[in-house]
Design a protein around this ligand. Structure first.
Ligand code: B16
Ligand code: MG
Length: 220
């Protein structure tokens, strides 16, 4: 395999926005009288905003009509944006900047592949928007992970063959999306959860160019 590009999921890989998603969803759940826990929040990682809402409504056994659902999702997003608008570069996860710089110096292209419609705002707030050659996110794709669309879109924007891309992902749905795109996937998190990833590391601080090139050499 020849690695021409690395595609990074945003939430849980480059920054930890899961805590802000939780605070905003919890605020909505409290208002609706639904008991929503941090454990429940795990199910929302990597899935779209409306699917996240459906999971919470299911927990509370609620069945609102589509208009009300849109109202709830809009309210949650308003609160979420209040939290992320205060993010700073300190919130970039350890190892990201150094690894991305190494990739850029080695002429390996870098992109973001995220389900989030708030991707541009987050990248801008933490000051890394300019580091990426392409950003594929919830604004320019229709189908949510595990559909491969977001990663295929990133590869297309980069002008790179999907088979020459490596995806870094922290969510089960995201790992599946990468595999469905025909890409190699390095999981970020626990090997017990990300069972389909080719390799699982705890964070990008465990990755560097030398390790990536060793992986490239060993995968035919
Ligand atoms: P938004 P990722 C995902 O980001 C989050 O993991 C997921 O929890 C969230 O519901 C989704 O983005 C949509 O986010 O409401 O901001 O459009 O992990 O794909 O970077
Ligand atoms: Mg993620």
């Amino acid at each position: 395999m020849h690695i021409s590009a690395c595609i990074f999921d945003l939430d849980g890989v480059l920054v930890d926005t899961a805590k802000y998603h939780f605070l905003a969803w919890k605020r909505l759940a409290d208002q609706l009288g639904i008991n929503f826990t941090e454990e429940d929040n795990e199910q929302l990682k990597g899935v779209s905003r409306m699917t996240s809402l459906d999971i919470i409504l299911e927990i509370g056994n609620r069945k609102p009509d589509d208009n009300l659902k849109l109202e709830y999702a809009t309210l949650k997003n308003k609160w979420y944006k209040e939290y992320i608008s205060k993010m700073t570069p300190d919130e970039i996860l350890p190892g990201c900047l150094m690894f991305i710089e190494e990739l850029r110096n080695a002429n390996i292209r870098v992109a973001v592949g995220s389900a989030s419609k708030n991707t541009p705002m987050i990248l801008e707030r933490v000051g890394i928007l300019n580091l990426f050659d392409a950003v594929a996110d919830g604004n320019n794709v229709k189908k949510a992970k595990p559909d491969p669309e977001v990663f295929l879109k990133a590869a297309e924007m980069l002008g790179v063959n999907p088979g020459n891309c490596v995806v870094f992902e922290d969510a089960v749905a995201g790992v599946q999306a990468a595999i469905n795109a025909g890409m190699m996937c390095i999981g970020i998190g626990s090997p017990k959860i990300l069972t389909d990833a080719q390799l699982v590391i705890k964070g990008l601080n465990e990755m560097n160019l030398t390790k990536l090139l060793t992986i490239e050499k060993n995968i035919c």
